[in-house]
Design a protein around this ligand. Sequence first.
Ligand SMILES: Cc1cc2nc3c(=O)[nH]c(=O)nc-3n(C[C@H](O)[C@H](O)[C@H](O)COP(=O)(O)OP(=O)(O)OC[C@H]3O[C@@H](n4cnc5c(N)ncnc54)[C@H](O)[C@@H]3O)c2cc1C
Length: 395
Amino acid sequence: MKQYDVVIIGAGAAGLFCAAQLGQAGKSVVVLDNGKKIGRKILMSGGGFCNFTNLEVTPNHYLCQNRHFVKSALSRYTNWDFISLVAGYGISYHEKELGQLFCDESSQQIVDLLQKECAKGKVDIQLRQAVDLIQKVENSYQIQTNGEIYQTEHLVIATGGLSMSGLGASPFGYKVAEQFDIPVVPVRASLVPFTWKESDKPFAALSGISLPISVTNRNKTFSNQMLFTHRGLSGPAILQISNYWDMGETVEIDLLPTESIVDILAELRQSSPKLQLKTVLSRYLPKKLVELWIEQQMLKDQVIAQLSKNDLQFLEQFIHHWHFLPNGTEGYRTAEVTMGGVDTDHISSKTMEAKNVQGLYFIGEVLDVTGWLGGYNFQWAWSSAYACAQGILEK
Ligand SMILES: Cc1cc2nc3c(=O)[nH]c(=O)nc-3n(C[C@H](O)[C@H](O)[C@H](O)COP(=O)(O)OP(=O)(O)OC[C@H]3O[C@@H](n4cnc5c(N)ncnc54)[C@H](O)[C@@H]3O)c2cc1C
């Protein structure tokens, strides 16, 4: 049996960052992971450039049943702390949009940073470790893997959510919570594309076309790009609203959020009354979208001088208030995150330790904390990992 001050399960963003803090403070730490490589989601993230944090991070960028839970950790290890760590490693980065910070070269740089930070703390990283059993014996935990038994007084669960099982995702963290009678808030795929219902399938022909939109539901509005895909709607605006969307709910899409189609037509009816509606719409919207509407008889092409008041009212609704009912989502196959997770009412917001189970900690995405698109989920991984490490060091 191998003895460590801390055993961390999960060599992703949160697990590695927590391990590095603890190791550098002199604790003996082992990180166990079921995969062949560390930080596999980091490597895939941000299209290969890792959107590692955001210039503006507030608790409002997170969803959690207890909306106060994230405050303490986010204020103790901030986006600026991680930015200075990145800069300290000489990693150059850029803001893409909306404060989102990406590596200039590659996500590998963030994985290398974490690996070096762990090496500084002499962290033992053990890969291909499937954990079979966890037992609590008095104040210590015994963790049995396929080849070894580890013993510790501090067990940190950093096994992430369910999205992308090909990258090692598993429900392991939720099972550990249940083993120790900690509730799990029901989980679902989030930051995820919507799929077409049967009647919307003609839009699949527009796959690859994107346009700036504004999407609204009863909770929120997001303005950004929307992308038509073979299977539905995607792009940042759609992924963002998916965090706030419930099955069976309609979302309202404004396809021309910065203009008013009625004003445009009113002006052109004076200056160029003989223009065709199709020509006018194609100036402001993707031509293929306008053609598809006409082909599918969703819209009638006509000379704009002939548009009646009713026609104008219809166009206002059609362009600015598209009521879109998704069939569902693409699910965990393509989702960036898992909504729900270990119930934060049972976790200390200061130390990430389970309130009723001494020495058991949960960090990162396994918790019921979901960030917006834009670097917020990694920031949660760094901040919750730091809070946990400080909690263990202060014991
Ligand atoms: C394609 C994609 C792109 C993304 N891009 C971004 C982005 O640019 N910015 C952003 O902020 N967020 C992004 N995210 C979300 C972000 O990757 C996660 O929120 C973040 O990685 C969570 O960190 P974590 O350490 O909690 O979990 P993970 O990084 O998922 O790490 C969990 C680790 O636990 C291991 N594990 C799981 N089960 C077991 C088990 N039973 N035994 C042993 N080990 C186990 C896994 O192999 C994994 O290594 C993206 C997600 C995806 C899927």
